[in-house]
Write a protein that binds this ligand. Structure first.
Ligand code: CMP
Length: 140
């Protein structure tokens, strides 16, 4: 089925100047960018976005990192977009990410891991709505 998923290019990858290289991977693999915004997240926005991780030991570091510089946030649309994006990203820990994946090629650590992608249809819907009103998504 045609799906939408939320993607974030994190501060490490924005600082490395590889937004275009990452977008190119989405596009050459059948994922269309249907909404996008560059943003500097506030602490409250980052905490809200990652609320499901609030009790995890890495939560404070995660919020600190995600507010350390601008991020590029996009909605990707395409056949099986959620799983396809996760395959393109590779494992959360770049040391375990498949060769040729975004995290293997651009990420340094499990914290500075270049990209975020929704992990399931329910989270994709919540995450997309968190950053994009329906009218700002352009899929035609
Ligand atoms: P992301 O997909 O953005 O979702 C939560 C983030 O927490 C994850 O990517 C990692 O960058 C970060 N993180 C740090 N430590 C861990 C961990 N032990 N397990 C999962 N995520 C972690």
């Amino acid at each position: 089925a045609i799906e939408r998923t939320l993607s974030i290019i994190k501060p490490d990858a924005v600082a490395k100047n590889v937004i275009g290289k990452i977008y190119s991977r989405f596009e050459t693999n059948g994922l269309k960018i249907v909404a996008a915004q560059m943003r500097q997240l506030s602490q409250a926005e980052a905490e809200g976005f990652y609320a499901v991780h609030r009790e995890r030991p890495f939560f404070a570091d995660l919020v600190k990192f995600m507010t350390s510089g601008p991020v590029m946030i996009q909605v990707l649309e395409g056949e099986g977009a959620i799983l396809k994006n996760r395959e393109l990203m590779g494992a959360t820990d770049p040391k375990k990410a498949a060769p040729g994946s975004i995290r293997a090629d651009f990420a340094e650590s499990i914290d500075a891991n270049a990209v975020h992608g929704s992990d399931a249809p329910e989270t994709a819907a919540v995450e997309i709505a968190y950053f994009f009103p329906a009218l700002s998504i352009h899929s035609r």
